[in-house]
Design a binder for this molecule. Structure first.
Ligand SMILES: Cc1cc2nc3c(=O)[nH]c(=O)nc-3n(C[C@H](O)[C@H](O)[C@H](O)COP(=O)(O)O)c2cc1C
Length: 152
């Protein structure tokens, strides 16, 4: 199957949130995982202070349709593309949308690869995005291998 990967960073429009942030996140994740399941799209979403950074993986047409949906979501603006390219494999094969809130800075203080995602004036580069998402992809893979070994 031909695979495509898109990754972008976007600013959050707080005035467009309809619910308190934790409820808005829960509701949105429930909704997007349902849509992504139908579209065969997987990926990860990181909340970073005033931004979100998201990676989307799947068939090229489905990924591009999803990017289009995201671009039209009133809760986001100032979208900056970081990665748009064919992919050989999925970084998040089993995640309809993996989510981590990095706003408290704890994960970033423990893992240097996450620091470039924290708010700073410059762009997030392709390499920085791959290192950060690779960190979580590896964490998930290790968890799966441990579960397999323990037959959980
Ligand atoms: C942070 C964020 C991430 C999103 N991720 C996805 C996604 O992975 N897949 C998708 O189809 N839509 C995604 N969207 C888009 C919205 O979920 C979608 O446009 C919205 O739910 C529209 O559907 P509705 O108005 O029918 O609920 C995302 C939106 C936001 C704000």
């Amino acid at each position: 199957m031909e695979l495509y990967r898109a990754c972008y960073r976007s600013k959050i429009r707080w005035d467009k949130m309809r619910l308190p942030l934790p409820d808005e996140i829960d509701k949105t994740l429930l909704r997007i995982r349902r849509i992504n399941r139908k579209a065969g799209v997987t990926g990860a979403l990181l909340l970073v202070d005033q931004h979100i950074v998201q990676v989307l993986e799947g068939r090229p047409g489905q990924v591009l349709d999803t990017v289009y949906c995201v671009m039209n979501d009133p809760r986001l603006h100032a979208i900056e593309g970081i990665v748009h390219e064919p992919a050989e494999f999925r970084l998040f094969p089993n995640s309809l949308m993996f989510f981590r809130d990095l706003t408290d800075g704890i994960a970033a203080s423990q893992h240097a690869v996450l620091r470039p995602l924290l708010d700073h004036p410059g762009d997030v580069t392709r390499d920085e995005a791959y290192l950060a998402f690779g960190h979580f992809a590896t964490e998930l893979l290790e968890g799966r291998l441990t579960n397999d070994m323990l037959m959980i």
